[in-house]
Design a protein around this ligand. Structure first.
Ligand SMILES: Cc1cc2nc3c(=O)[nH]c(=O)nc-3n(C[C@H](O)[C@H](O)[C@H](O)COP(=O)(O)OP(=O)(O)OC[C@H]3O[C@@H](n4cnc5c(N)ncnc54)[C@H](O)[C@@H]3O)c2cc1C
Length: 308
């Protein structure tokens, strides 16, 4: 069984950024990755200073090259299980191999659960969007919609409104409070109350939103707030504490409640963009290295005490 200082589960922005810092700190690092970064469906990544507009895969390919340049190992494999041992952790891969590591960093991201509306999933990351900061500029001044009804959806629509004067808020009947209705109307956001039946797509483009009564509201893009589900089973399996919503809790460096286990990026923070996930990975790596140094000092002092 190979022994590493740190095993990093997930090679998105958070995991690779941590691997770069740790391998430059001369730690023996293994990164394991299942190959499904969250933004893989998008053609371009925006808002990452100096890399705006880059295809997401190119950022990760460049990151992998940099990590390998400093001796970090990257293996394409899904991690099936993690277990704590007396001197560290055992990592079980899908293919059956096991490795051990003194510390773990879990950067497995989250999955976006979309409403079950015919045609919606097929248009995801094309003209069905969720993050106005990522793709709002590309559809600015177009005929936009927001699929409302859920918690926080009216506020989300008010944010999307910054990118266009032609915005329609779709919501099931009876879901708006009087105050929300006033807020939407005051900012000239159209309100359509009805059941969204499916998306109308023609010539590989979103044309509109069809309602239960057959009416089609023409739209060029639809913003949809997904339900964020953290890929945190590996962490909860180790016993990491979670908050009241089921998200694993960490300190500002990414340290979880289980000694030796860190987490960073979307797996613990649904708001993390690519640049903030990378930053969180870097911060976790620095804290992890300091924790390893503390352990190295303890081991050295023990050994020194025995020999002097
Ligand atoms: C459609 C879309 C477009 C987006 N566009 C932008 C944008 O333009 N700009 C921006 O800043 N943000 C954008 N985002 C958000 C962006 O995707 C996230 O901020 C970013 O991916 C978070 O990085 P991460 O490293 O935390 O997770 P991810 O990038 O999701 O990486 C997690 C990695 O862990 C791996 N993994 C999961 N489980 C296991 C396991 N058991 N074993 C091994 N590996 C595992 C996954 O396969 C994946 O490779 C977009 C999101 C979506 C959905």
């Amino acid at each position: 069984m190979s022994q590493y200082d740190v095993a990093i589960i997930g090679a998105g922005a958070a995991g690779l950024s941590a691997a770069l810092v740790l391998s430059r700190a001369r730690r023996k690092v293994l990164v394991l990755d299942a190959g499904a970064p969250r933004n893989a469906a998008a053609n371009h990544m925006h808002g990452y200073l100096s890399r705006d507009g880059l295809p997401p895969g190119e950022l990760l390919a460049a990151g992998r090259k940099e990590v390998r340049h400093y001796g970090g190992e990257i293996v394409d494999s899904t991690v099936r299980g993690l277990a704590a041992g007396s001197t560290g952790f055992r990592v079980r891969l899908a293919e059956g191999q096991r490795v051990s590591a003194r510390r773990l960093l879990v950067t497995t991201g989250l999955r976006d659960e979309l409403p079950d509306i015919p045609g919606l999933r097929e248009r995801w990351a094309r003209d069905v969007l969720h993050c106005p900061y990522c793709h709002g500029h590309e559809v600015r001044d177009r005929r936009l919609g927001v699929l409302g009804g859920g918690p926080g959806a009216v506020r989300y629509a008010q944010i999307v409104r910054e990118w266009t004067h032609d915005l329609v808020y779709f919501t099931p009947p009876g879901t708006l409070t009087a105050a929300e209705r006033t807020q939407l109307t005051a900012r000239a956001i159209g309100i359509v109350e009805g059941t969204v039946k499916h998306l109308v797509v023609d010539d590989d483009r979103l044309r509109g939103v069809q309602l239960g009564d057959g009416c089609v509201v023409p739209r060029d893009a639809l913003f949809v707030p997904p339900r964020f589900v953290p890929n945190s089973r590996l962490l909860t399996g180790l016993g990491c504490d979670t908050d009241e919503h089921g998200w694993v809790t960490t300190d500002p460096t990414g340290r979880t409640s289980v000694p030796g286990v860190w987490a960073a990026g979307n797996v613990v923070d649904p708001r993390a963009q690519v640049i903030t996930a990378a930053g969180a990975g870097s911060a976790a790596a620095i804290a992890l290295n300091a924790d390893l140094v503390d352990e190295d000092v303890r081991i050295a002092v023990d050994s020194y005490g025995r020999t002097s």
